[in-house]
Design a protein around this ligand. Structure first.
Ligand SMILES: [Zn+2]
Ligand SMILES: [Zn+2]
Length: 830
């Protein structure tokens, strides 16, 4: 073995093994492998941007790949694959800018992505790859859309929607950030009344919320999901306005006696019926001014309103209170009208103070008095208490009063219990080209008619003109079709689907991505799903992860799936910032290209570095020194294996360390503490003797494999390992071989080295540099430390002489040996 070249040529090694893995198809998987449990490991699929793989991608894929490799070695049948979220506005805009065809442009980007991903040595089953812009894929989007339509889960409605003038398309509520477009932070979103397609997310709100609790997901994501769904219990109470009953929603029916105004959403479809002649001008101007229909923005906005001229009659008190149109209630929240109770709701209090509306206390705390000055309270009282000024309900605990008042109203048919959700139906239509065409046509006679299933896919036409409005409107040939019902003239729907529709079920398609008869085979999906380990960025906490959960539940109810939740375990990786601590961005010039790093240090070193900066769930900073450190480690490992001169017998100490390392690393990888596992691996390498058994070396390479698979394969081959180490069995710790004494000894040696080094640091200021360290230990520890003497010499660069304190011939000019204590040797440097 000694004749092998000891130069670590990572470029050659990595290409060699990527090719061998491909040829042997070791990462291609099938269902129902005897004696193996399935494990589905998935990284969120990327939008294939033309600029290629960035560091965040490399990080995400490495996390998933280490886990996949680990699980595979543990004997699982692991599905690990990749796809491309290739439709969408960014691709369309980039293609327009580059004066290229979006399809060609996107496919070139995907090709580049695949090449780059391969260079990372990822264990993907490439036979399953999918691209959402492929008609073989989006055909099934259309199929699902038609199924949804049939079941009333998708509908068309005219509604005020968020419109980005730059994107020239509608945005989902989730895509509006601070009243601006998520892609154009310089562009204010405007409201437009348009006919739009919606998916009935709200039908599943309760279940989406309930099941969050059971998921093995990070808490912060669970909280974000819960807030997004936003369930609140309350009542709908009928107020009379101009002789007509108008339902008004409240979460505090106990405060109904304190209502001093009613708020109607400025986007309420029947607002004009309320507005009096005198107030019309003012109300119209106000409505025009409103900018967003997004709840989050509404929560942040300054609460504003305008008097409509109408009065509502409180069904309990028969009092007449003014009706205000305001910006803090959205049209489809409950009935689009809410009670104004300024004494017990801070938002209402602020509003009432601003417009000089009376404030009436109806809940008093039991243990103190609400502070009043000149008959006015300084802020709303939102705590619990007893009812006052509430007629028959006076003295009742307000919690009990909630129920009692709703019961009373229900009896009189003036109100009813109701649950409200913040989550809105999902707006899925976009007025752009690069997406799945919505498969319906409009006939003059028959109205909207679904395209029949056997006509799918409705393909995107190639010939379109970009630059003015929806490009699909520019292809007359594509637009004009025969009506499937009457054969008369009809026109195609020109809206395309939100790309989140595509990504809501791609993980199902991976189970059976080549099926041309069905979106997927139930048996195959049943075998692989749910995804056992899903990793991606926290930015998908609401949109993608809510829609994917929703899709799963809808398809389950169609009888197409037999489980409730798609992702058992979710892992959010941290962000890798530039070395200046700021998010990597071109404009800051702190971007590090993973491909450059692979060229310089190799994929194995990059993979190791990415997971050794910090715990993978924490944000961290890019540091090329750490990458270089990992590279040097691999070089040392390579040199060690290259210079091996046959195998020997393993000793007790090595076995102990090895088994302890196996035990620790198994737990650490399982718990995604990859950074700690790498420290263990390095420590194990440091104690490997010049000659040891093949078995020890094999186990070491197995432990290394998930992190740096190429070099592990190369060295595995070098020592005559059987087959691929990538699919070898993960070693099991033999507890009986672990000797804690060795562990203690190792720690003592480690500590001695550190102690000497810290004394050396103090010494450094003096002129004369010491050459020898005299170490005085209690007699029972002498042999113990003597065994580690060489390591300490390596670590300190000094000659080490170890004396027992009772050693008569010891050299001890300053009498330091008197200070030695058990476990704490004394040190003298000269
Ligand atoms: Zn925009
Ligand atoms: Zn027709």
């Amino acid at each position: 073995m000694a004749e092998h070249n000891s130069e670590y040529n990572f470029g050659k090694i990595e290409k060699k093994w990527q090719k061998k893995w491909d040829e042997a198809k070791i990462f291609e998987v099938k269902e129902n492998v005897k004696g193996k449990e399935k494990f589905y490991c998935l990284e969120m699929f990327p939008y294939p941007s033309a600029s290629g793989l960035h560091m965040g991608h490399s990080f995400n894929y490495t996390i998933g790949d280490v886990y996949s490799r680990f699980k595979k070695m543990q004997g699982f049948n692991v599905l690990h694959t990749m796809g491309y979220d290739s439709f969408g506005l960014p691709a369309e805009n980039a293609a327009i800018k580059a004066k290229a065809d979006p399809k060609e442009y996107t496919e070139a980007a995907i090709k580049n992505f695949i090449k780059q991903q391969r260079s990372l040595g990822l264990t993907y089953d490439w036979t399953r790859v999918l691209m959402t812009h492929d008609p073989d894929y989006y055909k099934w989007n259309q199929f699902f859309f038609l199924k949804f339509l049939e079941k009333g889960l998708v509908y068309k409605k005219k509604s005020p929607v968020n419109w980005c003038p730059k994107c020239e398309t509608v945005l989902a509520n989730e895509q509006v950030v601070n009243g601006r477009c998520w892609r154009h932070s310089d562009t204010e979103v405007v409201l437009k009344d348009l006919d739009q397609w919606f998916v009935k997310t709200t039908d599943y709100a309760d279940e989406l919320l309930e099941m969050v609790e059971k998921l093995n997901w990070p808490d912060r994501i669970k909280i974000m999901q819960k807030n997004w769904i936003g369930r609140s219990e309350g009542a709908e109470i009928d107020f009379e306005i101009n002789g007509e009953k108008w339902p008004v929603f409240t979460t505090r029916p106990d405060t109904i006696f304190g209502v001093t105004f009613v708020v109607v959403s400025a986007q309420h479809p029947k607002l004009s019926e309320l507005v009096t002649k005198e107030q019309k001008k003012e109300v119209d101007a106000f409505v025009k001014k409103i900018k967003s229909v997004k709840q989050e923005d509404i929560d942040r906005l300054e609460k504003e309103g305008v008097f409509t001229g109408a009065y509502a009659i409180n069904p309990m008190t028969k009092e007449k209170v003014p009706v205000y149109a305001a910006n803090f209630v959205i049209a489809d929240y409950g009935s689009g009208m809410v009670m104004g109770v300024p004494a017990h709701d801070q938002r209402d209090f602020d509003f009432a103070s601003k417009y000089e509306i009376p404030i009436k206390v109806v809940v008093e705390p039991t243990d103190f008095e609400i502070y009043e000055r000149e008959g006015k309270i300084p802020r709303a009282y939102t705590g619990e208490g007893e009812l006052v000024n509430s007629e028959d309900f006076n003295g009742m605990e307000n919690k009990k009063a909630k129920e009692a008042i709703v019961k009373f109203l229900e009896k009189k048919k003036l109100g009813r219990k109701q649950v409200q959700f913040k989550i809105r139906d999902w707006l899925i239509s976009r007025q752009r080209y690069w997406g799945t065409p919505i498969p319906v046509v409009y006939c003059d006679k028959c109205g909207m008619v679904p395209v029949s299933e056997n006509e799918l896919p409705v393909k995107l036409p190639k010939e379109v003109t970009f630059g003015k409005g929806n490009p699909l409107l520019s292809n007359e040939k594509w637009l004009n079709v025969k009506c499937p019902k009457c054969g008369g003239k009809a026109r195609r729907e020109t809206d395309t689907m939100d790309t989140f529709f595509d990504s809501s079920w791609y993980f199902l398609r991976f189970c059976d991505s080549k099926n041309d008869k069905k979106p997927f085979d139930l048996k195959k999906v049943d075998y692989w799903m749910p995804v056992d380990f899903y990793t991606g960025g926290a930015e998908h906490a609401v949109m993608h992860l809510i829609y994917a959960r929703l899709f799963t539940k809808i398809l389950r109810d169609f009888g197409m799936l037999e489980f409730d939740e798609p992702f058992v375990q979710l892992f959010n990786q941290g962000m890798i910032h530039g070395s200046d601590g700021v998010v990597m961005s071109k404009s800051r010039g702190n971007v590090v290209d993973p491909l450059d790093m692979i060229d310089k240090y190799g994929a194995d070193a990059l993979r190791m570095a990415l997971v050794s900066f910090a715990s993978p769930d924490k944000d961290t900073m890019w540091d090329e020194k750490i990458l270089n450190g990992n590279f040097k480690f691999l070089k040392k490992v390579y040199a060690y294996f290259s210079s091996l001169d046959g195998f020997g017998k393993s000793d007790e100490k090595t076995e102990s360390k090895l088994n302890k390392t196996i035990k620790k690393m198994t737990e650490q990888i399982e718990n995604l503490k990859y950074n700690l596992a790498i420290i263990e691996l390095r420590n194990l390498f440091n104690i490997l003797p010049e000659k040891t058994s093949k078995e020890v070396l094999e186990k070491f390479l197995k432990l290394m494999q998930p992190f740096c698979p190429h070099v592990a394969e190369e060295l595995w081959e070098k020592i005559g390992g059987k087959g691929f180490v990538s699919v070898a069995k993960w070693p099991e710790a033999e507890e009986n071989k672990i000797n804690e004494n060795f562990e203690r000894q190792e720690k003592a040696v480690e500590k001695l080295g550190e102690d000497i080094n810290s004394i050396l640091n103090i010494f450094a200021k003096d002129k004369k540099k010491p050459e020898t360290a005299y170490v005085y230990v209690i007699p029972s520890e002498k042999e113990f430390l003597e065994a580690g003497r060489k390591n300490v010499e390596k670590k300190t660069g000094l000659k080490i002489v170890i004396h027992a304190v009772n050693d008569k011939d010891k050299y001890d000019p300053e009498g330091k040996s008197k200070r030695a204590k058990p476990g704490k040797p004394a040190i003298y440097l000269e």
